[in-house]
Ligand binder design. Sequence first.
Ligand SMILES: [Zn+2]
Length: 367
Amino acid sequence: MRRRLQVTVLTVVALAAVGATGGVLAKLHYGGVRVVAAGPRPQPLPTSASPEATPAPQPTRAIHPPAPAVRLVHWRGPVEGIFFHPLILAPKLAFRGDQLGRGFADYFVTAREFRGILDGLWRNGWTLVDAHRAAAGTVRVPVGRKPLVLSEDDVNYYAYFNGRGLSSRLALDPSGNVKAEYGAGLTDDDVVPLVDEEVARHPEFSADGAKGVLAVTGYEGLFGEHDLTDPAARARVQALVAQLHATGWLIASHTYGHIDLSKDSLAAIARDTSRWQALTRDLIGPTDLLIYPFGARPGAAGRALLRDAGFTIQFDIDVTADRTIVDGVVMMSRRHIDGYAFAGQVRALAQFFDVATVVDPARPRLS
Ligand SMILES: [Zn+2]
C-alpha cells in the first residue's frame, strides 16, 4: 500500500451550545488547526529509559490495600498526549441522523470504545504520566513502558448532552469515589471512573500517581453542576475537586466561553480569562494548565497574556508528540481520539490500540 500524505483540516461542526456571551456558538470543532497524518508514523523507541533507576517515593502512611512499589526510570524521548470528550453511553441516542449526531460521531467515543482503548493502551505498554513532569521533561515510567498524558476536554456535561445518551455530571458515590451520573443512577462508564479502575487493576498503568488532565469551561458551570449560585452545588464541586486532586487528576482551563484564542482580541481573551478565574477561584483553585478550545493557538501576545495569568503550560492538538518552550510557556500537543481519528488514522493509532477491534458496532459508518 502506498504511503500517502493525508492532510485533514478539521473544520466546524456545529454542536450548538449557548456561549458565554449568550449567543449560540459552534462548539467542539478543531478549526484553525491543520491536523496532518503522514502515513505510518515511526514507532516511538521501545524505551529510551535511562539505566539509572529512580525508586518511587515510599508512602509515609499505610495504604489499603498496600500499593506494590513500581520501579520508575527516567524517560528521555517525546511524550505522547491523547484526549477525549465525555463518553457516549447510549449510542442510539447520540448517533441520530441530525447535525448533533454527526458531531457526536466525529468528535466523541463511546464507553465501549474507551474500555477497548484503555485495554489497548495497557497492552501496548503505555503508562499515564503527570502533565507537569511532561512539561518539565522529568517524566518517569516503569521499566519498559512508554509515557502518555491523557486529557479530557469539556468535562462540563453541557445542556446539549440532554437526552443524547451521555452522563449529566460527575458525582461522588457513598464511598467517595468519582462516578458519572446517568439518569437517576451513578455509572462507571465515563473517563474518570474507567481510568481509575484501570489503574487499580494495573498499578503500572500510572507513574507517580498520575491519571490525567480534565479541562473545563465555565459558561455552563463545572463538571455538570450548571447552577453555581446554589451553595449545595458549590459544595458538591469542592468535594469532587478535592477527590480528583487526591487521586491524580489535574484540572485545566478550557477558557470560560470555549473561545477561539486564534481569532479573539486580546481584550476578549483577558475578559474571558478573568471570568474563568473568578468562577473557579474558590471551587478549583489555581491551575497552570490551559487547553486551547478547538486546538486553536493564540498569537504571541495572547499566549503571553495567558502566561501572565498563570497558564504556563498550554496544550493544542496535533498528530505528533510535540513539546516546545516559547516565551516561558511550555506548549504540548495532543492527538484527538474520536470518530475522525478512527476513520483516518488507523495506522498512526496502531501503536496505542487497534481501531478495528475498538470501534463500537453501534457507531455509524466511519467517514
Ligand atoms: Zn473543547
